[in-house]
Design a protein around this ligand. Structure first.
Ligand code: PLP
Length: 379
């Protein structure tokens, strides 16, 4: 048998040949939308901290106060002694914001997904999912043992065909989508999916990781189970589910990622609470990322942005990497997203806009993208 070293080295070589090897670089956040990487400052268009709340003085102060009062770690899982009173405050706030009876906070969005989906469906059941759902839901679907069907992205007719053909063969049915797709920035037809779910006796679960604003009125149509993260627009860390109280009560006895993992640090809970209060209060801040995204697509004559995420699909991984490097030379950090994160031949630049950007940043990026990407011979 070859040594583990040999096997790992071979696998790395294969990834390298496909331009799919990934490496970790060191990034230090700086003031505003700037980030320092390997000796140079860049304007970052690659962060999901859409509102800059990770550096908001109120959020930092809330975390600092909790840190000094309660220490660094939770010490045990939520079911043992880690269930700090701040969980209660955070969950009450989340349920209010989403207009649901209840909320349940997990270690991260990924952990919420892999805990919740296998708790809701098992072998006798079926999952019908959008082709582009996030890896955390796909992994959870596999873990659940339920039969999995995937419909073409945002294609309601295909979704209906699958339900028509296979719904009756299974006990329970879970429909999975994202509200805003993480790598494409487009929106799902959630009200129509919700109607399909009712028609075919299915539950709808929607991942809202990239939604910046939650209003109780808008969120009510988001399905039976809303999955969210505190790690993106909220600038903190953690994941959550909003649903009926019986559902969240059940999850506390059934979701293995909640039961068998240590609770979040109290300071992280405090930061999340402070961030959510700012998001509720500062509606103007919350619309800025989308305003910038629309400004950018308008400048380049691209289809109008539907969210703070704008993809520039270039096709091959190598081209995406080259385009990203060309923008880096001009001082912009825009990540190349490659398969298997996105489907084969759809490697892209994924541009995210933040409330920390200024109009001049958006204008400068548009000019660089026009020259380095849209008009470049390498693509
Ligand atoms: C980031 C992300 C998650 C995972 O959330 P974390 O809190 O980072 O684990 C889930 N779904 C989507 C669509 C995401 O983009």
């Amino acid at each position: 048998m070859p040594s583990l070293h040999t096997i790992a080295a071979q696998k790395l070589q294969l990834l390298e040949a496909k331009h799919q090897r990934r490496t970790l670089r060191i990034y230090t956040p700086k003031a505003g939308a700037y980030v320092h990487m390997e000796g140079r400052d860049y304007i970052s268009f690659s962060s999901n901290d859409y509102l800059g709340l990770s550096h908001h003085p109120e959020v930092i102060e809330a975390a600092r106060a909790a840190l000094e009062k309660y220490g660094t770690g939770a010490g045990a899982s939520r079911l043992i002694t880690g269930n700090h009173p701040l969980y209660d405050e955070l969950e009450t706030l989340l349920a209010q914001m989403h207009g649901t009876q209840s909320a349940c906070v997990f270690g991260s969005g990924y952990m919420a997904s892999i805990g919740v989906i296998p708790a809701l469906v098992q072998h006798a059941d079926v999952i019908v999912a959008d082709k582009l759902i996030h890896a955390c839901m796909l992994d959870a679907a596999k873990l659940s043992g339920a039969t999995l069907y995937r419909y073409a992205h945002n294609n309601l007719n295909h979704c209906r065909e699958i339900l028509k053909a296979h719904r009756a063969e299974h006990a329970n049915c879970l429909l999975l989508s994202e509200s805003i797709f993480s790598m494409d920035g487009d929106r799902a037809p959630v009200p129509e999916l919700s109607a399909l779910a009712r028609e075919y006796d299915a539950w709808l679960m929607v991942d809202t990781a990239h939604s910046i604003q939650h209003s109780a009125s808008g969120a009510q149509g988001l399905g039976d189970v809303i999955l969210g993260t505190l790690s993106k627009a909220a600038g903190s860390y953690g994941g959550y589910i909003c649903a009926d109280k019986a559902v969240t009560d059940y999850l506390k006895s059934a979701a293995r990622s909640l039961i068998f993992s240590t609770a979040l640090p109290p300071a992280t809970l405090a930061a999340s609470i402070a961030s959510l209060r700012i998001m509720e209060r500062e509606t103007e801040l919350c619309v800025k990322p989308l305003t910038y995204a629309k400004m950018f697509t308008g400048m380049l004559g691209l289809p109008e942005a539907q969210s703070a995420i704008v993809p520039l699909i270039v096709g091959q991984s190598e081209s995406a990497l080259k385009a990203s490097q060309a923008l880096a030379v001009r001082g912009f950090l825009v990540h190349a997203i490659r398969p298997p994160t996105v489907p084969p031949d759809t490697a892209r630049l994924r541009i995210t806009f933040s409330a920390l950007h200024e109009q001049s940043h958006v204008e400068a990026l548009a000019e660089a993208v026009r020259e380095e990407v849209l008009c470049a011979p390498l693509l």
